[in-house]
Structures are given as structure tokens and as C-alpha cells.
Design a protein around this ligand. Structure first.
Ligand SMILES: [Zn+2]
Length: 435
């Protein structure tokens, strides 16, 4: 707490509370950040291994990650792979912005580096595309044609940034993003507004320093619109839901002292923003004391890879760490999305049983008779069983067990209480119970 008692923290409270109430801003209240952090630490101690077996190993994977191939990132493998190691991530599926000067498939990050499987791909035309060969320069017309091109040779294709294409109706998709960090953040108008003023920016420094992950997560909301669209799509055809980290490491601000004694602000891509005069800004003045030209006066780094990687991921249920196994899991929907920043969900199980038969997440079951749906997680929370987009059952505890009678598309959510607020932790893919 001590860092938050600094004058800057008072400023934070003043700067942020002058903005009308928004969820993210409320969650950045110093007391709330502390309580959230304590809850995260307590959950680490409360975790118990799941006894129910799913028959697969659980691998943390990331989709939608940008590196320096993309015009809006400077990320290198020297930065990205250690961030993956630190957060237990075993698979990174890149999504570079394509450009003429490189071929994202041939030149992109590929293969196992230090135990992390790297898979090249692109964010293009409204999709995350993972072709199995170079498609550089191949022209397609409609979004449907592009999807067909990627799928033809067993590539994977997911709708991305759903908020921009709610009306799309594409046949043959692998799946869709059901959460996108960037989309989640960009509606936080008040927070983004605060970042545009030196006062707001400086005000955030102590909180980000003390509770970096919790500040990042303050911006997270339940992806209502994404899941509504996803539920509709799954009722028409199988779709695999994935999370999009949309990691770039490009949301950082630095202030350096210039030869003229001004503080020059620049962003993560080196773009010069404002020049501040410490003589005119009482707030800046104490920060430059004892500093010489060229010194960093302050730094506000909001999205280093490690933080973005810890926030959310797509857990793949596989038997080995290979590209083929990744393809298999994503095509079969054997995956779930988790906000890992809250707690490690590894071992989460959602399965369907009938007699001696059992189906994992993504399974398709002929007929609803005697189907028992079971889910279990390593922590106690609120389990929600959702059928065709509607919650049909809610249970508190570490598991859910329900014998169903109706066909439908069933998925599970697990919510945890974080500092007085229920927040989504696990979003499973569906099990499809057919007529
Ligand atoms: Zn992106």
C-alpha cells in the first residue's frame, strides 16, 4: 500500500474520480486493487487438483499475438519467449499484419523455441488465419472466398474482432474469437481519456507499478456481445471459441529529460507525443529533481507481453505438444478460454457421459437420452450451464453435474468472486447434443 500513499496516488484518485463512474475506473481504486490482489494470492493457496478426468493434458495457448513483423509492434522473440515461459504458455499462434516486404507464413516465427511451440499466421481481412502454406499474393474476393482458401489445405480460420463484423455469416469457419483484449479495452472511454492527459497518465504510474496485473484486468468485462454471436453461430454449425490476446506491447509511455530541460513524452513505438515544461507543471517538477538530460523521468508500461499473456489464454486439451495436436484440438473444439490472471484453471474438465461412453469438450453426442454433463474446476466458484445461449443451471462449488433431457448446444462458465464482484474466469467451448 505504501506506494499508493504518495502524492501521485492522491492525484490518481483525484484524476480518475473526476471522471464519471466506469467499471474500470472503479476497479482502479487503490483499496479495490489491493483487495483484488489479495484475492488472487488467496486463490493460489485454495487451489486443489481436479479429480474428475478429462483424458487430455492441458496446454496454455495464445492466439492473436503480434511481433515486430507487424507495423504496430516492436516485439522480438527475445522478449516474447521468456514472457511465455514466465506465464506457463506452451503455444503461441502469431497473427501478424501482412505486408509486401515479408511473407507471414514463410518468414514468420515457426517451430519450438525453448519449449514454446510457435505457429505463424496473420490477422487479415477480419480473420485470424493459419494457413498450411504460403498464400502471399493470392487474390480472393469475398470474406467467404478467403476463408475457403485458407481451409482448402487444412488451414485454420477464426473470425476476429467480432465487434466489427456481427453481421457476417461465413460457412466452414474453424471458429471465432469469444474474447479480444483490445476490443475489451477500447470501449473504456474514460480510462483512455485519462491516458491522453499528462495528469491522468502520471496518476496511473504508482498503481501500475504496484498492481500491474490487476490494473490491466480492471479493464476486463464479460464479453456479452461476443458470446451472444458465438452462441448463435454454434447453433448453426460447430465453432471453436478462442481468446485473442491481441498482444503488441505498444501501450507504453516514457518521459525523458531533454537538453532544454523539458520532459519529452513518447510512446512505445518511439513516436513523440507532448513536451512538458517542469517549470510550469508542479506535478512534474519533483520528478526531474536530480535528473540530467537523457534520463528517464517516468515510465508507464501498460502492456508488456508477460502481462498480456497472463491476462487470458486458450487452453488446449491435447496429448502432446505438436502442431498436429494443436490443429486437432482447435478443429475438435477441445479448448476453453480462461482469465488466467485470476487463478490457474489448469485441469478444468467439461465432459458428457452416457453409460461407459464419454465425450470431451467439443464432443458431439447423438441423442439427449441419459446424457450426464459434468464439469469440475480446481477452485470453488459459480458454475453456469448454458444451453443455446441461456443459463439453465447455476451451482456454487467446485463441480457441476446435470443429467439433461433436451438436445442443444451446451457450454459452461465458471465465475469467481473478486473483491466483492463476480467475474468470469472460465468460458468453455460447447458440447453438442444432437437430436
Ligand atoms: Zn491484432
Amino acid at each position: 500500500m505504501h506506494a499508493l500513499r504518495s502524492p501521485l496516488s492522491l492525484l490518481l484518485v483525484a484524476a480518475l474520480s473526476s471522471l464519471a463512474s466506469a467499471d474500470a475506473i472503479e476497479r482502479m481504486n487503490p483499496e479495490r486493487l489491493r483487495a483484488t490482489h489479495e484475492r488472487v494470492e488467496a486463490l493460489k493457496r485454495e487451489r486443489v487438483p481436479v479429480e474428475l478426468k478429462g483424458g487430455y493434458e492441458d496446454y496454455r495457448a495464445l492466439l492473436h499475438v503480434h511481433s515486430a513483423f507487424s507495423h504496430d509492434s516492436r516485439g522480438t522473440l527475445e522478449e516474447i519467449v521468456p514472457a511465455a515461459k514466465a506465464t506457463g504458455v506452451r503455444v503461441i499462434m502469431f497473427s501478424e499484419h501482412p505486408a509486401n516486404h515479408y511473407d507471414y507464413f514463410k518468414d514468420g516465427h515457426n517451430g519450438v523455441v525453448d519449449g514454446v511451440l510457435l505457429i505463424p499466421g496473420a490477422e487479415t481481412g477480419g480473420y485470424l488465419a493459419y494457413p498450411t502454406r504460403s498464400i502471399q499474393g493470392e487474390k480472393t474476393g469475398s470474406p467467404q472466398e478467403f476463408s475457403d482458401l485458407v481451409r482448402r489445405d487444412d488451414g485454420l480460420i477464426f473470425l476476429c474482432h467480432l465487434e466489427e463484423r456481427m453481421d457476417w455469416d461465413i460457412a466452414g469457419l474453424t471458429g471465432s474469437e469469444i474474447y479480444n483484449t483490445h476490443a475489451d479495452f477500447k470501449d473504456e472511454v474514460k480510462f483512455l481519456g485519462a491516458l491522453r492527459t499528462p495528469l491522468g497518465m502520471l496518476g496511473l504510474v504508482p498503481a501500475v507499478k504496484q498492481y500491474p496485473q490487476e490494473v490491466f484486468a480492471a479493464l476486463e468485462d464479460y464479453p456479452t456481445d461476443y458470446l451472444k454471436k458465438f452462441d448463435e453461430m454454434c447453433q448453426k454449425a460447430r465453432h471453436t471459441g478462442v481468446s485473442a490476446n491481441d498482444a503488441h506491447h505498444n501501450q507504453a509511455y516514457r518521459g525523458r529529460l531533454t537538453d532544454e530541460g523539458k520532459v519529452q513524452l513518447e510512446d512505445a513505438l518511439g513516436k513523440k507525443l507532448l513536451s512538458l515544461d517542469p517549470e510550469k507543471l508542479a506535478l512534474i517538477k519533483p520528478l526531474v529533481a536530480g535528473k540530467k538530460a537523457g534520463d528517464m523521468v517516468f515510465e508507464l508500461d501498460l502492456d508488456p507481453y508477460e502481462r498480456s499473456f497472463r491476462h487470458v489464454s486458450t487452453h488446449l486439451l491435447m496429448k502432446e505438444l505438436t502442431r498436429d495436436a494443436v490443429w486437432d484440438a482447435l478443429k475438435a473444439g477441445r479448448a476453453y478460454v480462461a482469465f488466467d490472471w485470476m487463478a490457474d484453471p489448469t485441469g478444468f474438465v467439461f465432459r458428457a457421459d452416457r453409460g461407459d461412453e464419454s465425450w470431451p469438450i467439443g464432443g458431439e453426442i447423438p441423442g439427449a437420452a441419459d446424457v450426464r454433463l459434468r464439469a469440475a474446476a480446481p477452485l470453488s466458484g459459480t458454475f453456469k450451464l448454458i444451453r443455446n445461449g441461456r443459463v439453465t443451471l447455476e451451482r456454487e462449488g467446485t463441480s457441476l453435474d446435470s443429467t439433461i433431457t433436451e438436445p442443444g448446444v451446451y457450454r459452461v462458465e465458471v465465475w469467481l468472486n473478486m473483491a466483492g464482484e463476480p467475474r468470469p474466469w472460465i468460458l468453455s467451448n460447447p458440447i453438442y447434443v444432437r437430436e
